[in-house]
Structure formats: structure tokens, C-alpha cells
Design a protein around this ligand. Structure first.
Ligand SMILES: [Zn+2]
Length: 115
């Protein structure tokens, strides 16, 4: 399955391959404020259709995850990071994907506030 994703205004557009088996809802200070439902995929399953130079980047804490957001509309469709053992991954905000109904997903609650 290939999902189409974008920010609200379309300045950031992308495709993601794979099947959404489970998404993560985290209660940390960052995820809770932005309301993320995150789907983690190997980075190569994310295909960006718009230039990375059009994205702004936010980092905090250990600055290991590059949270990519649109400087025009403010949506944050994905973050880029690495697995603990090295391989690059992408954390897709499934709220920015077309045809995904959050109420139909299996949502895993993660207690990031306690990490
Ligand atoms: Zn935008």
C-alpha cells in the first residue's frame, strides 16, 4: 500500500509505502501538544515529493530526531531519526495521510512523559 501525505498547504508532499499495523500516541510534552499519531517505518519507505529545503526542522531534548514541519502552514507530517542500532527511520504523522481514519487504527499508548 502506498499512502499519499502532505502538510495542509501542500508545500510538503510525500508518499509512504507499507501497511499501518499500529500507531503510537505518546503523552510527552511534544507529542501531546501536537496530537501526533505516529507510524514508524524504515526511512526508505518514505519518498519525499517536495524539496527538503522547503521544510523547517525542530529538535529538542537530545536533538536526535529531526521534526520536519512546514514553515507556511505549520503542519508536522513526519520526523526523521534512527533506530537505536543505527538504521534510519521515519516517524509518520498519520493525521497527515490521505484516506487514514484515526478511529479505525490500533493505537498504542506510550508513556513518553516518564522517559
Ligand atoms: Zn504547509
Amino acid at each position: 500500500m502506498t499512502y499519499q501525505g502532505s502538510c495542509h498547504c501542500g508545500r510538503i508532499a510525500f508518499e509512504v509505502e507499507g501497511d499501518i499495523d499500529e500507531v503510537m500516541e505518546c503523552n510527552c510534552s511534544h507529542c501531546s501538544r501536537k496530537g501526533f499519531l505516529l507510524w514508524f517505518v524504515p526511512r526508505e519507505q518514505l519518498h519525499q515529493k517536495t524539496p527538503e529545503s522547503d521544510q523547517a526542522t525542530y529538535t529538542f531534548n537530545k536533538h536526535e530526531i529531526k521534526h520536519q514541519f512546514c514553515p507556511d502552514c505549520g503542519c508536522q507530517p513526519f520526523g526523521l531519526g534512527q533506530m537505536p542500532d543505527g538504521p534510519p527511520l521515519a516517524a509518520i504523522n498519520v493525521r497527515c495521510l490521505e484516506g487514514v481514519e484515526p478511529a479505525e487504527l490500533t493505537i498504542k499508548q506510550v508513556d513518553g512523559r516518564s522517559f
